[in-house]
Design a binder for this molecule. Structure first.
Ligand SMILES: *Cc1c(COP(=O)(O)O)cnc(C)c1O
Length: 487
């Protein structure tokens, strides 16, 4: 075993990892990267098929980002935002405000005008949560109910407040005693819709039963019940367009607009968690924009720095900001902050990343990659153990099942997703499953040939691990698109 791997085994405790399994084999030790390629300590090369857990945008070791970082490093790495402003954080805040607001929103009260920096997705959500809570108490009185409504399967991070907003049994059950109570409501999952409207295995569209937006009705009912009891929700919290850690589950077109209108109609603030979907991942720069939804809070992290450094931002409105203004001794201050809030290196590389993101070359690259992904993914429908293939923009989730006809899932103990990803790693492609869903989220610089290798490795891995020979019945299935319903 390489000496770095030995050190890791001796001392490093890895996130979301059963360490007994980890200690049974030599880990891949990454030492370098370039573009979509990662290199390990033994000189082997891999494709980074999930953008290093959804963080990297433009590729590793990008000359423009490196240069920006070096430039900033030549001045200063960090000074505190407690008591001082700094150059890149001020410029970045202004840039973010420009990027997240529709062009003609200058005088709109919905305009996201203020930026609170923190370190990662979880803290960005903690900030949104605490601000929404305090804002609501000030607006409705200290005795007002301040319940939050979030979606089934939601994941908003691992700090205690963010976990309270989440609803993934597996991650959250152990800590239920620590958490505050939030309400959950059904989120769309067309492939496993209890109302059974989507039938992706059927080629014939007439086989679809008409969808009556039962999942929207659930949100309506939840808000109405809360309202009748006199305790409107303080906020409705959601991942727009696609729930990530729930298993890359897309929302049908129109769902987001409908449910956010309903929540708003019942007086709830909107908290959009775009930690995964932000910065072009779903096609538009922000997923909320795709349906014209303007939230009161917008949480950004993962791609904010192009995947270089841990930095996050929570954006909100002037109205929320103003509720925290007062005399010093009134203590209306927002009592929250982190040591590295507004870090200069992070802000400098984020600025360079935004330049790239909004440039013509990157936009063209993303459009091409989205098409490449759509084309390559089609091959997977022919595999017997592929139940669903879903794509939103540059993100794909491939759901492995025991039986595509019945959609019978693999038991979690069968580790189907993990075994498939291990077989992909042996073919030089790195990604990580969510249960039985294999995620593909290539960096924007991924070439057509690299993408073909990513999807090809997944195809072969499913065949090898699950014995899922392709079958003639591929013609039975919708050979394109995903189970996401189109109304
Ligand atoms: C990753 C993620 C988070 C948590 O972000 P961290 O940086 O890991 O704390 C929160 N929300 C969503 C939607 C995420 O994908």
């Amino acid at each position: 075993m390489h000496k770095l791997a030995r050190l890791d085994h001796a001392h490093v405790w890895h996130p979301f990892t059963q360490m007994r399994d980890w200690l049974q084999r030599e880990p891949i030790v990454i030492t370098a990267g370039e573009g979509a390629v990662l290199r390990d300590v033994r000189g082997r090369e891999y494709l980074d098929a999930n953008s290093s857990i959804w963080t990297n945008l433009h590729g590793h070791n990008h000359p423009t980002l490196n240069a920006a970082l070096k430039r900033q490093l030549g001045k200063i790495a960090h000074s505190s935002a407690l008591g001082f402003a700094n150059e890149p954080a001020s410029v970045l805040a202004a840039e973010l405000v420009k990027l997240v607001n529709p062009k003609r929103s200058a005088s709109s009260p919905r305009r996201l005008h203020k930026v609170f920096f923190s370190d990662d997705g979880s803290t960005a959500m903690e900030v949104a949560l605490k601000l929404a809570y305090e804002f609501t108490r000030r607006a409705r009185g200290p005795k007002a109910k301040t319940r939050f409504l979030s979606l089934a399967g939601a994941y908003h991070g691992d700090t205690v407040g963010a976990v309270s907003l989440g609803h993934i049994e597996l991650f959250h059950k152990a800590y239920s005693g620590l958490l505050f109570k939030t309400d959950q409501v059904m989120s769309p999952y067309c492939y496993r819709c209890p109302f059974n409207k989507a039938k992706p295995e059927r080629a014939d569209a007439r086989e679809y039963r008409k969808c009556n937006w039962e999942c929207v009705g659930k949100v309506e009912a939840k808000c109405a019940t809360a309202c009748k009891r006199g305790n409107d929700y303080a906020a409705f919290v959601f991942e727009p367009l696609m729930q990530g850690a729930a298993g890359m589950i897309p929302q049908p077109d129109g769902w987001l607009k409908r449910v956010t209108d309903i929540a708003r109609g019942h007086g709830a603030l909107l908290v959009a968690d775009e930690v995964m979907t932000g910065f072009g991942r779903t096609g538009t720069v922000f997923a909320s924009h795709a349906e014209g939804v303007q939230p009161d809070f917008l949480a950004l992290a993962k791609g904010l720095t192009g995947g270089y450094l841990p930095m996050a931002a929570t954006l909100t409105t002037q109205r929320v900001f103003d509720a925290f203004l007062g005399e010093y001794a009134e203590f209306k201050t927002f009592f929250h902050g982190h040591s590295y809030t507004g870090n200069q290196l992070g802000a400098a590389v984020a600025l360079a990343s935004h330049d790239l993101l909004t440039g013509k070359a990157s936009i063209a690259m993303r459009m091409r990659l989205e098409e490449d992904l759509r084309r390559e993914l089609k091959s997977l429908w022919s595999l017997r153990n592929v139940g669903d293939v879903r794509q939103v923009g540059l993100v794909a989730g491939v759901e492995l099942v025991r039986n595509w006809r019945t959609r019978e899932p693999f038991a979690i103990g069968a580790r189907a997703g993990i075994r498939v990803c291990e077989a992909m790693a042996q073919r030089g492609v790195l990604t990580r499953p969510i249960g039985n869903v294999v995620v593909l989220m290539p960096p924007y610089c991924t070439t057509a040939a690299q993408l073909r290798r990513m999807v090809g490795a997944l195809y072969e891995a499913v065949e090898e691990v699950l014995g899922s020979a392709a079958s003639a019945r591929s013609n039975d299935r919708r050979a394109s698109g995903s189970s996401k319903l189109v109304h």
